[in-house]
Design a binder for this molecule. Structure first.
Ligand SMILES: [Cu+2]
Length: 184
C-alpha cells in the first residue's frame, strides 16, 4: 500500500511528459516544411528537369522562403548537362521577389549578382515580381558543383531566402531533398 503514492506520482509524471512531447511534436509538425514530390518533373528523353519554384509559399521567415524552405534547407539536385526549367511564381501577397542561380559564396550577396549559368535568372531581378507573377528560368546545367537559388531583391537572399542547387555528374535523374544542416 505504501508504494501507491510513488506509482501515482510516476503516473502523473508520465502523463505530464506525454502531454509535453505531444505539444512539441505538434509544434514541429506545423513548422517543418514538407517536400511535395509534384514540384519536380523529370523528362529523361529530353533531359529536362522542371521545378516549380514558389517564392513565399508559406509564412516562414516573413515569407522570405522558396517552397517553404529557407537558408539552404531544400536541395534540388540535377544531372550534369541537363536542361533546367525553374517555373518561378511569387505566392507572397506582400513583397516582390525574384530568383537567380548564383555561386555558393559566403558572405551571401546583398542584391543581384551575375548568374552562375547563362540566363539563370528571372526578369526584374532587383525589383522583383509582384504577387502571383510568374517567369520561367531556363538554362543548361553545364558545370558541376554547388549553387544557390537566391532571391535577388536587395536584402532578401542574405535574410535567408535561398535554397540549394547541386549539379552532379554521377546521377541519372534529378531529385529533391531536405538539406542536412539547413535552417528550417
Ligand atoms: Cu525575395
Amino acid at each position: 500500500m505504501k508504494h501507491l503514492p510513488v506509482a501515482a506520482l510516476l503516473a502523473c509524471a508520465t502523463a505530464a511528459s506525454l502531454t509535453l512531447s505531444a505539444v512539441a511534436q505538434s509544434e514541429r509538425a506545423v513548422e517543418a516544411p514538407v517536400i511535395d514530390p509534384s514540384w519536380l518533373q523529370a523528362d529523361t528523353v529530353t533531359k529536362t528537369a522542371t521545378f516549380e519554384l514558389v517564392a513565399g509559399l508559406t509564412g516562414l521567415n516573413g515569407a522570405l522562403n522558396f517552397n517553404g524552405f529557407r537558408d539552404g534547407g531544400l536541395t534540388l539536385t540535377v544531372p550534369l548537362g541537363w536542361n533546367v526549367v525553374l517555373q518561378f511564381r511569387n505566392h507572397d501577397g506582400m513583397l516582390p521577389h525574384s530568383a537567380e542561380v548564383v555561386l555558393d559564396t559566403h558572405p551571401l550577396p546583398t542584391g543581384p549578382v551575375a548568374p552562375a549559368f547563362a540566363r539563370a535568372m528571372t526578369v526584374r531581378l532587383e525589383q522583383g515580381l509582384i504577387s502571383e507573377q510568374t517567369d520561367d528560368i531556363r538554362f543548361i546545367a553545364d558545370r558541376g558543383g554547388s549553387y544557390l537559388i537566391f532571391c535577388g531583391v536587395p536584402g532578401h537572399g542574405a535574410a535567408g531566402m535561398w535554397i540549394r542547387l547541386e549539379v552532379s555528374g554521377s546521377i541519372r535523374r534529378p531529385f529533391l531533398a531536405a538539406s542536412p544542416g539547413g535552417k528550417t
